[in-house]
Design a protein around this ligand. Structure first.
Ligand code: ARG
Length: 584
């Protein structure tokens, strides 16, 4: 369905034409003076030069064409040449009635759906999930849901870091602790045990211990590098251990992501694409893209227009080992082969920007990714503590995701119990739901590229621009709907007050807000939209005695308006990746 602003612009364009001007000047914007008007058109100012006329004269000509129309209730030409606009209440009500009949409300689904692959999450197997991975998961999940809502085919891939040195470190530490394990017996020919020789708890203790030792002890580090090498070369026992590490670790990761309501279609990782590397390298060499540089194999990717130094993309180290870039290139080989996406979007820390610049350029230059496929990097900023430094535990360590969620839920639980007499069990469930909104909204309401401060007090507040405030608004609507027992017709009467009209205008803006958020890959625009919508609703709510209204048709119309508000809000928070409780 057409967006409200498009309908207004169409009417405006026709008026320019009737007044003898070009229709292209009839563009309409949201007003930046809400005290004076709802929308405005600045086309007269733009057209003044072309027509050698004072803008106010053009604005006046156009306004005259629009008197007594069916769309605008006010059309005012004001100096120096604006046309200030207000929408007719009956037109607005009928627009919203059309909108509520549509499955996607005022969003127009893509005419040519694209296949979009989103690479997000990026946890490293065997290392605990920490807050650094939180942003990728939250932002990526939202963009995936938004893309699907727009009608695209979106594939989410977790892209595990499962092939690096951490594996060699764990194997080395295990070997030192339990040298008698069958995995370390080179002459062993039989089957390896099904059960892993460690639990997730042990694994989480082993990795940091090993990592610490390798920093202090050169020989230990050399052993870990050698173990990594042997693993990658296919050593049987190490492969079997690697499988155990994967099993135990991935099960834990899945539980964590589930708690965050983040879900991936593909659980692939760096290890899955190693098989593509030899042929990929050979091809780059044969086609003359790769050259040797001090023993290493590199691809030049500098461009004339570069304003800063872009180093060559390294494909193989001088010892023949592959790198982070190699694996990402090989992953592109596989993604093109299996999914042939129109677009691949990477959501990762913005400090990885150079890495992705290199990978993208190299992939395009070597033809691994064809011209028709867009590669896009969305780099996010750091999540900081109140001290402005990267978020840490009270003891100064890296904050584990689980603990962070635990802390938020605890805080939410106290607030909820303080607020009202909810039963303990219900309060715990509610705290989990509301807590998730606090974390996700706290993150998503900031522009992704910026750093932000993770402020538990602010994020869990029921007031202000927060997740809990949005949920509180939804719960308030649900409670009114619950108590209403009248007829449920779909008829909306024209707004009876300015606060009601404000709410209706906000609702009508749903489609534009979502489409803009998608086009700019900017979930924070969804947040700004629902914050304003919630404010508009609460203003209306405070001024209107809905259930006490005696005119049944009026009351039914308000109930219908509430239902639409609830639907728009719940759809929007679903796109952000969280949901509302029944009560709070
Ligand atoms: N595992 C990486 C990290 O923790 C993030 C992976 C991002 N995705 C990618 N295709 N490189 O830094």
């Amino acid at each position: 369905m057409k967006k409200l602003i498009e309908l207004l612009a169409k009417e405006m364009a026709a008026a320019f034409e009737r007044a003898g001007y070009d229709a292209s000047y009839g563009r309409v914007n949201l007003s930046n003076r809400p005290d004076l008007c709802e929308y405005q058109c600045n086309g007269a100012l733009a057209g003044a030069k072309a027509y050698k006329k004072a803008p106010i004269q053009i604005a006046g000509d156009v306004a005259a064409q629009l008197a007594d129309g069916s769309i605008f209730s006010m059309v005012e030409a004001v100096p120096p040449g604006f046309v200030n606009l207000k929408v007719r209440e009956d037109f607005l009500a009928s627009y919203l009635m059309d909108m509520q009949k549509e499955e996607k409300m005022s969003v127009t689904p893509a005419k040519e759906p694209k296949t979009i692959l989103i690479d997000y999450g990026g946890p490293n197997v065997a290392k605990p999930l920490h807050v650094g991975h939180l942003r990728s998961a939250i932002i990526g999940e939202s963009l995936k849901r938004l893309g699907r809502y727009m009608g695209h085919k979106v594939i989410g891939d977790v892209h595990l870091g499962d092939w690096g040195l951490q594996m060699g470190l764990i194997i080395t530490e295990l070997r030192r602790r339990l040298p008698g394990l069958v995995y370390f017996d080179d002459s062993y020919q039989g089957e390896y045990p099904k059960e892993a020789p460690f639990t997730i708890g042990e694994l989480e203790e082993i990795y940091p211990a090993a990592s610490q030792k390798s920093k202090e002890d050169e020989a230990y580090k050399a052993e870990a590098l050698q173990a990594t090498y042997l693993l990658q070369q296919g050593c049987r026992g190490y492969r079997a251990l690697w499988k155990h590490i994967m099993q135990v670790s991935v099960a834990d990761l899945q539980a964590n992501y589930q708690r965050l309501q983040v879900d991936f279609d593909l659980w692939k990782g760096e290890s899955d694409v190693q098989e593509y590397i030899p042929a990929m390298v050979r091809d780059m060499q044969e086609k003359g893209f790769a050259r040797e540089d001090a023993g290493a194999l590199v691809v030049d990717i500098k461009e004339e227009t570069d304003t800063k130094e872009i180093p060559p993309c390294m494909i193989l180290k001088s010892d023949g080992a592959s790198l982070y870039t190699t694996t990402d290139m090989a992953t592109l080989v596989e993604r093109m082969k299996l999914y042939h996406p129109d677009e691949i979007l990477y959501v990762a820390d913005k400090r990885q920007e150079m890495h992705f610049t290199q990978v993208f350029r190299c992939a395009k230059k070597t033809g691994i990714v064809d011209a028709g496929t867009k590669l896009f990097f969305l780099g996010f900023g750091t999540m900081n503590g109140k001290d402005g430094k990267p978020f840490k535990t009270r003891e100064g360590g890296v904050m584990r995701l689980e603990n962070l969620i635990g802390e938020i839920n605890e805080e939410m639980f106290h607030k909820i119990v303080e607020n009202r007499s909810v039963k303990d069990k219900d309060a715990k469930d509610t705290a989990r739901i509301v807590g998730l909104s606090a974390i996700k909204y706290g993150d998503l309401s900031n522009q992704a590229t910026k750093d932000y401060i993770f402020d538990i007090d602010r994020f869990t507040s029921f007031e202000g621009n927060t997740g809990p405030y949005i949920l509180y608004t939804i719960v308030r609507i649900k409670s009114i709907l619950h108590r209403y027992d009248g007829a449920n017709d779909q008829k909306l009467l024209p707004a009876a007050s300015s606060s009601e009209k404000g709410l209706m205008l906000a609702l009508a803006g749903f489609g534009s807000a979502m489409e803009e958020a998608f086009a700019e890959r900017a979930p924070h625009k969804i947040c700004s939209y629902i914050y304003e919508l919630s404010n508009a609703f609460n203003r209306f709510y405070h001024e209107t005695k809905i259930l006490a209204e005696e005119d049944e048709a009026q009351k039914a119309s308000w109930i219908c308006l509430l239902r639409l508000t609830q639907r728009v809000l719940e759809t929007s928070i679903d796109l952000l990746g969280f949901e509302a409780p029944e009560k709070m």
